[in-house]
Every structure is written in C-alpha cells, then in structure tokens.
Write a protein that binds this ligand. Structure first.
Ligand SMILES: *[C@@H]1O[C@H](CO)[C@@H](O)[C@H](O)[C@H]1NC(C)=O
Ligand SMILES: *[C@@H]1O[C@H](CO)[C@@H](O)[C@H](O)[C@H]1NC(C)=O
Ligand SMILES: *[C@@H]1O[C@H](CO)[C@@H](O)[C@H](O)[C@H]1NC(C)=O
Ligand SMILES: *[C@@H]1O[C@H](CO)[C@@H](O)[C@H](O)[C@H]1NC(C)=O
Ligand SMILES: *[C@@H]1O[C@H](CO)[C@@H](O)[C@H](O)[C@H]1NC(C)=O
Ligand SMILES: *[C@@H]1O[C@H](CO)[C@@H](O)[C@H](O)[C@H]1NC(C)=O
Ligand SMILES: *[C@@H]1O[C@H](CO)[C@@H](O)[C@H](O)[C@H]1NC(C)=O
Ligand SMILES: *[C@@H]1O[C@H](CO)[C@@H](O)[C@H](O)[C@H]1NC(C)=O
Ligand SMILES: *[C@@H]1O[C@H](CO)[C@@H](O)[C@H](O)[C@H]1NC(C)=O
Ligand SMILES: *[C@@H]1O[C@H](CO)[C@@H](O)[C@H](O)[C@H]1NC(C)=O
Ligand SMILES: *[C@@H]1O[C@H](CO)[C@@H](O)[C@H](O)[C@H]1NC(C)=O
Length: 372
C-alpha cells in the first residue's frame, strides 16, 4: 500500500464536476446558516428549497428544523442488476421519494445499455459539453456491506467512482483516476471534514480495471470499515483509529448514506490544480476512444447491499430520521414509520403525457448499441 497526498473528496469536487441544476429557489445553506421556513430544505448541494430538495441528500442539520427533510428510505438487502433500467429514474427532479418505485435516480448525465465480456451492464457517460454522470440509490444504508461490479475508464483526467455519501457528508470512497488502471483508491471522510493527513490509500496490483470486471466492496460496520477487492480485504480502519485526539470526537462515518456511482471530469480547467493532478492530468478530448464512441464511459454491472443496521427495524419502520446528538458531535439516528414520499413533487404544470415524453427522451437507451 502506498500513501500519497494526492487524494480527493468526491464531496468537494463533485460540485465542480456536476454543475447540477438548482432551481433558483433560495439561499445557500449550511449548519451555521440553516434554511428559513419558506424554503425549509437544504439540498445535498447546499441550496434551500422544497419539493425534491427535501429528498435524497437533504441535510437535516442545515435545514429549517431537524425534521424538515423528508424521512430517508430505510436499508433493504438487495442485488441490483443495473441493466434493468426500469428501476432507474432518468432525472431525479421527478422523484417523489418512493423507493419501491425506483432503486436509482440519475442526478446528472446519462446512461446507455451495453454488454461487456458477456455481462449486461450500464455505461455512465462523460462528454466534453455534458460533463459526467452521477447515479444515487434511492435507499440509504446505515452500516452494511456494499459491493459494486464495475469497469473503470482508462483516460487521464477521467475519474470513476463508487461511494457512499450521507446527508451530513460522511463519505466512503472507492475512486479510480483514469490514468491508472491497475490500482483503486480507498478513502473516507467524516462530516465533510478534510483531514490534515489524508485517509486515502492506493491499492496496487489489480488486473486492468478497464478490461476486467472487478468487485469492489466496502464493509461498513458500526466500529470498523473494511475495503475489499474481489472479496479479498485490502484495508481495515476501526472507529477508534479515527478519534481526534485533541477533541475526543470519533470521526468515523456513522450516518445513513446513499450509494453513488459516477464518472466525472477531474482533468478540466475549472477544477483545482490538485484535482487535475490527482486525476492524472487534463482530459484529452482528441483521444481515439472518445472520437470513435462520442463519449468516455465507465461500466457498472450490479450493486449488492447487505444491510447491517445496529438494531433491527420492526415491520412498520420505513425510514431513518435524525435526532439530537447521541454523543459528541454525532447526531442520533432512529428508525421511524414516517413516510418517505414527498408531498410536493416538482412536476407542477407538466401534463402526464408531456412528462412521459420527456422522461423517454431524457436518457438515450440502446440495446447492445455500444461497441466496447
Ligand atoms: C454558511 O453560510 C453562510 C451564508 O451563506 C456563509 O456566510 C458562511 O460562510 C457559511 N459557513 C460555512 C462554514 O461555510
Ligand atoms: C444477493 O445475492 C447473494 C449471492 O448470490 C445471495 O446470497 C443473497 O441472498 C442475495 N440477496 C438478496 C436480497 O436477494
Ligand atoms: C436494457 O437491457 C436490459 C437487459 O438486456 C433490458 O431488459 C432492458 O429493457 C434494456 N433497457 C432498455 C431501455 O432498452
Ligand atoms: C410506491 O411505488 C410502488 C411500486 O410502484 C407502488 O406499489 C406504491 O403504491 C407506491 N406508493 C406510493 C405511496 O405512492
Ligand atoms: C431534469 O429535469 C429538470 C426539470 O425539472 C431540467 O431542468 C434538467 O435539465 C433535467 N436534468 C437533466 C440532466 O436532464
Ligand atoms: C484473493 O485471495 C485469494 C486467496 O489468497 C487469492 O487466490 C486471489 O488471487 C486473491 N484475489 C485477488 C484479486 O487478490
Ligand atoms: C489518536 O491516538 C490513538 C492512540 O495513540 C491513535 O491510534 C489514533 O490514530 C489517533 N487518532 C488520530 C486521528 O490520529
Ligand atoms: C497518474 O497520475 C498521477 C497523478 O498525477 C501520477 O502520480 C501517476 O504517476 C500517474 N500514473 C500513470 C500510470 O501515469
Ligand atoms: C451536535 O452535532 C453537530 C454535528 O456534528 C454539531 O455541529 C453540534 O455542535 C452538536 N451539538 C451539540 C449540542 O453538541
Ligand atoms: C416500531 O418502531 C417504531 C419506531 O420506529 C415505533 O414507533 C413503533 O411503536 C414500533 N412498533 C412496534 C409494533 O414495535
Ligand atoms: C406511525 O405509527 C403510529 C403508531 O405507532 C401511528 O399512529 C401513525 O399513524 C403511523 N404513521 C404512519 C405514517 O404510518
């Protein structure tokens, strides 16, 4: 294992890579400057609003009150086959919070159906004008073992990522800068704090991650976090290891998190120099692969989730809710039967037929139409 200082937080840099549509509903928000009652929900991108702003990633600590965000759909054991695109909503602004209806929402970009080495998969696309692609799970995981079967990009500046991200920016990462296809990088963050000493570690010696399917896992337990490649553990962190010895705060990811799959441009001029370098340099938009396909891509075949909630939910529980701090700087998390459905979908004014037309067009889906 080789430590380097060149690691990045998806949290910090996704903001550049995904200049995500934010209706101009309201102010920016954070925990010291939370939203007002008019637009009570602080979205994952740090803007106040209502409707879908209250869903996935809505930050309870930066929203008007602790219960302004819609309750978060509870973890469910699952093996998600991503080629079943009927379970993927092409534009998250149309999501109403019903996690039984969709497993994934596309927050940015687009996907296509494909097959690679005989395995059906989706390709997440990256283009010069359109930017990258980001999918988020509709359900949260509050500890559990999560595996993604994927093939990375192989182009300098193009980053492939499989992460868990909580509403208050606890984060667990597998990331793959595209100029290196025989390594993977594991990392984690607590409440968005960038540590003085990076927690990122490069795992070497993988067979080409562009050409071969690999299973990347993080096994996130209340007191430990283990990263695995093809079922073999490469790294374990204990919660105690993360104690800030000055404050006594345990800086270990501990809040319910969505799973996010992405490809994003680290090597573009709007990114900070450190990110460009970490990503392997500037993207070459004249790369023959880009010219011939019309996009860069990363392939995702499946995601499996084995939940490990610290306590067992009862049959009527549907969601997680935040409570006051259970320990130093750590909000308490409880099960609840509160609905995860948002009462105010963002579709006001759009007829059903216009909506289905729009949804049909939003994602270009072709069966076997991509030569990889
Ligand atoms: C929180 O938001 C306020 C208002 O936008 C801003 O002035 C402040 O710097 C932000 N605080 C942090 C820690 O980002
Ligand atoms: C997912 O697949 C694994 C391995 O085949 C199996 O053990 C597990 O029961 C499956 N989980 C669900 C929820 O179907
Ligand atoms: C994608 O491929 C899967 C499996 O081949 C198929 O079931 C699905 O209908 C395809 N989706 C679209 C929109 O073509
Ligand atoms: C959620 O979606 C499921 C599956 O489509 C559906 O059966 C259920 O009625 C929906 N629930 C609500 C409250 O809309
Ligand atoms: C998603 O839909 C909104 C309208 O609600 C639109 O403004 C936005 O451009 C769409 N996003 C994508 C990536 O197509
Ligand atoms: C995983 O461990 C097994 C047993 O030690 C070994 O045979 C296999 O090559 C390892 N796989 C990887 C990807 O390192
Ligand atoms: C705090 O001290 C313990 C014991 O020396 C050490 O194991 C741990 O890594 C330290 N924590 C950090 C964040 O450096
Ligand atoms: C990829 O880029 C990183 C960061 O610039 C650099 O350290 C590394 O040597 C590069 N790897 C290859 C295989 O070019
Ligand atoms: C509770 O935790 C939050 C988030 O870590 C922190 O900002 C806040 O100061 C804590 N509140 C108290 C009363 O300790
Ligand atoms: C189920 O759990 C909820 C809290 O999540 C609690 O309010 C409710 O009373 C519990 N119901 C039963 C039957 O235990
Ligand atoms: C939640 O459970 C309580 C009693 O345990 C019940 O009064 C309430 O109606 C339930 N709420 C929902 C949304 O099902």
């Amino acid at each position: 294992m080789k430590r380097t200082d060149l690691f990045t937080s998806a949290l910090t840099f996704l903001a550049f890579a995904f200049p995500v549509v934010q209706a101009q509903q309201g102010a920016t928000c954070n925990s010291t400057s939370p939203c007002s009652s008019t637009y009570p929900c602080c979205s994952e991108y740090g803007f106040c609003g209502d409707g879908y702003y209250c869903l996935g990633g809505c930050n309870p600590l930066a929203s008007h009150t602790l219960d302004s965000c819609t309750a978060s759909p509870i973890c469910e054991n699952a093996n998600y086959t991503l080629s079943d695109t009927s379970r993927i909503l092409s534009n998250y602004t149309y999501f109403n919070g019903n996690a039984s209806e969709y497993d994934w929402v596309i927050e940015q970009g687009s996907i296509i159906n494909t097959t690679s080495n005989g395995e059906a998969a989706i390709a997440l696309l990256l283009t010069e004008n359109g930017g990258g692609t980001l999918l988020s799970s509709t359900r949260y995981v509050h500890y559990g073992q999560v595996t993604a079967r994927l093939k990375t990009g192989r182009w300098a500046g193009v980053v492939t990522a499989f992460i868990a991200m909580s509403s208050i920016k606890d984060e667990i990462d597998w990331e793959f800068p595209g100029n290196q296809t025989t390594t993977g990088q594991s990392n984690f963050f607590w409440q968005g704090v960038i540590p003085a000493q990076t927690a990122g570690v490069t795992e070497p010696g993988l067979t080409d991650t562009f050409s071969n399917w690999h299973d990347f896992t993080f096994d996130w337990q209340p007191n430990s976090l283990t990263f695995l490649v093809d079922g073999n553990a490469t790294r374990t962190i204990t919660a105690a290891d993360t104690t800030n010895n000055a404050t006594g705060v345990v800086q270990f990811p501990n809040t319910p998190s969505r799973i996010q799959l992405s490809i994003w441009p680290g090597g573009i001029s709007s990114e900070p120099q450190g990110t460009v370098q970490w990503a392997g340099g500037m993207i070459n938009w004249n790369d023959p692969d880009y010219i011939s396909a019309g996009h860069f891509y990363a392939l995702f075949q499946s995601v499996s989730v084995q939940c490990n909630d610290p306590t067992t939910p009862n049959a009527s529980d549907t969601s997680y809710i935040y409570g006051t701090n259970s320990s130093l700087n750590t909000p308490s998390i409880a099960f609840s039967n509160a609905s995860t459905i948002n009462g105010a979908p963002a579709l006001i004014g759009m007829s059903t037929s216009a909506m289905s037309l729009w949804l049909g067009m939003a994602v270009v889906l072709t069966v076997g139409g991509l030569a990889l």
